[in-house]
Design a protein around this ligand. Structure first.
Ligand code: 5GP
Length: 179
């Protein structure tokens, strides 16, 4: 793994795809163990989740349905704290077990907004799985039920995550190289 350049910034390797795959598989099998007699709905938070979502489903052996929504809070490499909903859930989640899949949780603003959106919906249960978590930044008082890998408080790209539109296609995870 060598460093990459995207737009005006250089990124150095952080986590290899092999390690990411192990974490994805572990989350999928843990969730399946807990929902093996149910048909949960996995709700992917686009866009960054697409690679995690795909690998997650390939590792999930049970019955399930999928849905997506789109929220955004990032401008360049900074979280704006201003989260907007760009697409609503298309599936009827009434009386269903809903598990939100997130690529990464940073401040938790996005998830908080999502909880507000879903809190009045009559779901059977609501849980959250995030592949990556920045524990040094996340200070909210709600729980993230399944976490793949904790990472340092650095801006990362790859495995679905972008820097101003580029970098989503890298299968490894890279962190911003600081000067
Ligand atoms: P939060 O609302 O928790 O601060 O941020 C969550 C969203 O911001 C993620 O779904 C992701 O789209 C974006 N995000 C957070 N941290 C990073 C990062 O390090 N790199 C990239 N590319 N996006 C991030």
């Amino acid at each position: 793994m060598s460093q990459i350049v995207i737009h005006d910034k250089t990124f150095i390797p952080l986590i290899k795809n092999e390690e990411i795959q192990k974490a994805v598989s572990k989350i999928a099998l843990t969730i399946n163990e807990q929902y093996k007699n149910e048909t949960p709905i996995f709700v992917g938070v686009l866009s960054g989740v697409f690679m995690f979502f795909s690998d997650f489903l390939k590792n999930y052996p049970g019955k399930c349905e999928v849905s997506f929504l789109k929220l955004s809070s990032y401008d360049g490499t900074q979280s704006t704290g201003n989260v907007t909903t760009e697409l609503d859930i298309s599936t009827d989640i009434t009386n269903r077990h809903v598990i939100i899949l997130e690529d990464i949780v940073d401040t938790g603003n996005t998830l908080e907004k999502l909880y507000q959106l879903l809190k009045n919906k009559p779901v059977k249960s609501l849980k959250v799985a995030s592949l990556f978590l920045k524990p040094d930044v996340f200070k909210k008082d709600f729980q993230i039920d399944y976490v793949g890998i904790c990472i340092p408080n650095k801006f990362v790209v790859g495995y679905g995550l972008d820097y101003n539109g580029l970098g989503r296609n890298y299968t490894n995870l890279y962190q911003l190289k600081e000067d």
